[in-house]
Design a protein around this ligand. Structure first.
Ligand code: BT5
Length: 247
């Protein structure tokens, strides 16, 4: 994929800018990076807090032509790319946590928000938004950021360049996306399963249908999380927030 990087100072959300440019015909590989977002968002209408000079906030346009049922793969792919970019630059053990968290020592250092447009049953456009807390400490990121969040620099031995990190994450994203297009999902899910910070753990999952507690037993081929509850029932979760109470 050939990247075309557009830099902005203040935007509502980098996902919004990519969508506008995509609707005007921008090609796959468009990247919008911003210093500041006035309406940065997470999933289900939540806020994403960023800080000028410290966060890395960007979105990438893909035109994947995959079935709508596979859309979760893109979120897994992006979170893996972000973690691999962080590990490549800093040597830190950075792991994705289902479904979209980027974690270091179990603490959230970033997140992924994938928004899609479908034509019929196919995804015609996917906007991959990635927000990373790079510099400073989590407390610098404002009151909406949970106490247990973290930043890359908080764990790294040396100062971390946002520019180098952007390049590293984009390189990883390109490699993973190419392989996904060439070979399909099997290896991607295996890679995710080998890295996910919550698999095998006792977890609590807040879902739109309520709280589910149990062991995070598996990630299914469509990217759903399988929880085995205390009475042995398997519950398939497509959307939710996972906490690992013991950590
Ligand atoms: C996410 O949502 O983690 C997806 C975040 C994606 C942000 C990027 S920035 C570039 C692009 N443009 C956008 O507008 N968005 C994307 P979710 O899993 O729903 O987590 C949101 C929750 O994380 C919030 O409710 C807070 O509790 C917490 N949070 C907010 N800001 C945070 C931060 N900087 N670090 C850690 N946690 C944060």
């Amino acid at each position: 994929m050939r990247y075309h990087i557009e830099r902005r100072d203040t935007v509502t959300s980098t996902n919004d800018v990519v969508r506008e440019l995509a609707e005007a015909g921008a090609a796959e590989g468009l990247v919008v990076v911003a210093e500041e977002q006035t309406a940065g968002r997470g999933r289900r209408g939540r806020r994403w807090s960023g800080v000028r000079g410290k966060s890395l906030l960007f979105s990438v346009l893909l035109r994947p032509d995959i079935p709508v049922s596979d859309v979760q793969h893109l979120s897994l792919l992006a979170a893996l790319a972000a973690c691999r970019g962080i590990t490549g630059l800093t040597g830190l053990d950075c792991r994705p946590k289902w479904p979209n968290d980027i974690t270091i020592v179990g603490r959230k250092a970033g997140g992924v928000l994938v928004e899609t447009v479908a034509e019929g049953e196919r995804v015609s456009m996917a906007i991959i938004g990635i927000g990373l807390n790079v510099k400073g400490r989590a407390a610098d990121y404002g009151p909406d950021v949970p106490l247990e969040a973290t930043t890359v620099e908080q764990h790294a031995a040396e100062p971390v360049s946002r520019e180098q990190l952007l390049r590293g994450v984009l390189r990883e994203l390109d490699a993973l996306y190419r392989r996904y297009r060439d070979e399909g999902q099997g290896w991607l899910l295996d890679l995710w399963r080998s890295q996910d910070a919550c698999l095998g753990e006792q977890v609590a999952v807040e879902t739109p249908d309520g709280l589910i507690e149990g062991r995070a037993a598996a990630v299914a081929d469509d990217g759903a999380l399988v929880i085995v509850t205390a009475d042995g029932t398997s519950v398939i979760v497509h959307a939710g927030d996972v906490t690992i109470p013991a950590s």
